[in-house]
Ligand binder design. Structure first.
Ligand SMILES: Cc1cc2nc3c(=O)[nH]c(=O)nc-3n(C[C@H](O)[C@H](O)[C@H](O)COP(=O)(O)OP(=O)(O)OC[C@H]3O[C@@H](n4cnc5c(N)ncnc54)[C@H](O)[C@@H]3O)c2cc1C
Length: 534
């Protein structure tokens, strides 16, 4: 077996899907008897939908979910601001909204797709221990009947949540602390002042209530902080939080039913390393934080997308193992920034002294009202929350060659979403539909194609797209601040690996051979041929 994926939550399911479709022999296990039926995470961000689109499951997700196109901030019984997500993200992504779709539905869609690919989760199978050897990892699994079985895998992916056995077996510290606050979540049917189909945030002196529209009429997910007197009460029921809800969300609130209520203490923690030799940590096994901003599930899915193409190249012998170092190098800063950001946002909305209360109800609400009229502020906020703004500029895989202006997309950025003509008399097409996410994509703008043999060193590894000279293309490129001539080598996960003005054959070969550690013998052979042919 190539990869043992431990845990079939959203992160493990995404990783298994990505590995299996790349032809990697994968075993995915979970200690539970079947999929979780709890909604838990609700917000699917635009970047995740872009990944779902490549995986072929975005239509199913859009059909089942509800599009949250705006957010409303309430304080002192009045609506203080409305943030239009669709305006802020309109030219950034095909999905300029927050899709409200429960974690259980996301897991079901990914599980079904995995079965369509010919694989499936092995339930009731628990990782008990693992031992790393020079060329493999030996894992002991406990099966449904209580018996134990040993398996060997080239690599192990720890997608096994906050109490990760993979992380503990590797001796990796999970540094951080719990918050003193206790969160509650409730799935309800109710009516009130909420703007339908949009996210509604009620800020008040002692905290906040977040209301997400769910599928079906008058169905709302409420998330908030338990009032301090309720924090340590056992067997708490939804009825206990209704008075505080009524107080803050207004007397108009009429609650008809509650189908799920749960409380949980949240932590902010990060694994000090995301890799120990042949073992990797992803999702909640690597980082946990407050749910403010709906980032948790989405970040795990992106960890998986970042690691999958690299693991596939390495286990299939197309790249050397050093490529895998870039996983930790790229994803640790993302997790750290997320922990810092969610911690700041969380403290702002929960700190319970009088000044913080004033800040929340008076200053924060006014700041939000001011910000909604500033397009640049909205755009920046959308890029951060939707995760389309995640960049890896310091990664050793990111190389921007001289000659490009500073304002242009740079190596490490997610390549922007563009609509372009690929043939002079052809239609305008969505670039993201043209990009392959199981290959590298080379975009050539305002320059001739390279000779065919240049790409022979890496069979089917690079898909070339020449952008036609056309007035509409010129407008679209200048909107994205992409100069002509220029070229962009885009990694399978959509981030720019190499970019520059005019592409020389040697630069491409050197990038693959020396930075991606790909197929070096053949790459050097082609490099020599390029040198002798001038
Ligand atoms: C009540 C609640 C509400 C939440 N609300 C939100 C929200 O609104 N927004 C948001 O972004 N996030 C939210 N979260 C967090 C979100 O659910 C997590 O970020 C997300 O589930 C992480 O996915 P994961 O796949 O990394 O881990 P998990 O979903 O924890 O999956 C880990 C899997 O590994 C399995 N496993 C564990 N140990 C082993 C083992 N030894 N062997 C085999 N299998 C094992 C488990 O059974 C589990 O299925 C919420 C969490 C909770 C608990």
């Amino acid at each position: 077996m190539d990869v043992l994926v431990v845990g079939a939550g959203p992160t493990g399911l995404m990783l298994a899907n990505q590995l299996v479709r790349r032809g990697v022999r994968t075993l995915i296990i979970d200690r539970h008897a079947g999929p979780s039926l709890e909604t838990r995470a609700l917000g699917v961000q635009a970047r995740t939908l872009e990944i779902y689109s490549h995986l072929g499951i975005v239509d199913r997700a859009l059909e089942l979910g509800k599009r949250g196109t705006g957010g409303n901030i309430w304080a002192d019984g009045q609506r203080r601001a409305r943030i239009a997500l669709s305006d802020a993200g309109e030219m950034v992504t095909p999905y300029p909204f927050l899709l409200i779709l429960g974690q259980d539905d996301n897991e079901r869609i990914m599980g079904e797709h995995l079965r369509e690919l010919g694989s499936s989760v092995q339930w009731s199978t628990e990782l008990v221990s693992l031992t790393q050897q020079a060329d493999s990892v030996a894992a002991v699994l406990k099966l449904a009947d209580g018996s134990h079985r040993s398996v060997l895998a080239a690599c192990v992916a720890g997608c096994d949540g906050a109490r990760s056995v993979v992380r503990e077996s590797c001796g990796i510290k999970f540094a951080g602390a719990p918050y003193e606050h206790v969160f509650f979540v409730a799935d309800t049917e109710m009516t009130g002042t909420m703007v339908p189909d949009e996210v509604n945030v009620y800020l008040f002196r002692d905290g906040f209530h977040l209301l997400f529209p769910m599928r079906g009429k008058d169905h709302w997910r409420i998330a908030g902080i338990l009032p301090p007197p309720l924090r340590n009460k056992a067997d708490l029921k939804f009825d206990a939080v209704i008075p505080s809800l009524r107080n803050e969300a207004g007397a108009e609130l009429s609650i008809k039913s509650c189908t799920w209520f749960s409380t949980y203490r949240i932590h902010h923690r990060r694994a000090m390393r995301f890799r120990d030799r042949r073992c990797f940590l992803l999702g909640d096994a690597a980082h946990i934080h407050s749910p403010v901003g709906a980032q948790g599930m989405n970040t795990g899915l992106q960890d998986a997308y970042n690691l999958a193409w690299k693991l596939a190249l390495v286990v299939k012998g197309h790249a050397e193992a050093v490529l895998l170092d870039s996983y930790e190098e790229e994803r640790v800063p993302v997790a750290q920034a997320l922990l810092n950001g969610t911690d700041r946002a969380f403290r702002l909305v929960v700190t319970d002294n009088w000044f913080a209360g004033l800040l929340r109800t008076k200053i924060l609400a006014r700041l939000a009202a001011f910000a909604v009229n500033r397009k640049a502020v909205q755009k920046r906020a959308f890029r951060t929350v939707s995760q389309t703004g995640i960049r890896y500029p310091k990664s050793f895989l990111s190389k921007s060659l001289d000659g490009l202006p500073d304002t242009t997309p740079r190596a490490g950025d997610r390549f922007p979403w563009l609509r372009l003509k690929f043939a002079a008399d052809g239609p305008v097409e969505d670039l993201f539909h043209k990009l392959s996410d199981t290959q590298f994509n080379l975009i050539l703008i305002g320059q001739p194609l390279l000779p065919e043999y240049v790409f022979n060193f890496a069979d089917d590894l690079v898909c070339v797209h020449a952008i036609a000279k056309d007035a509409a293309n010129d407008d679209e490129l200048s909107r994205a601040q992409i100069p002509q001539p220029s070229f962009y080598l885009i990694r399978p996960d959509g981030h720019i690996g190499l970019c520059g003005t005019r592409l020389e054959t040697g630069e491409l070969i050197t990038y693959f051979a020396e930075n991606l550690y790909l197929n070096t013998t053949r790459a050097h052979h082609v490099k020599e041929r390029a040198a002798t042919s001038g």
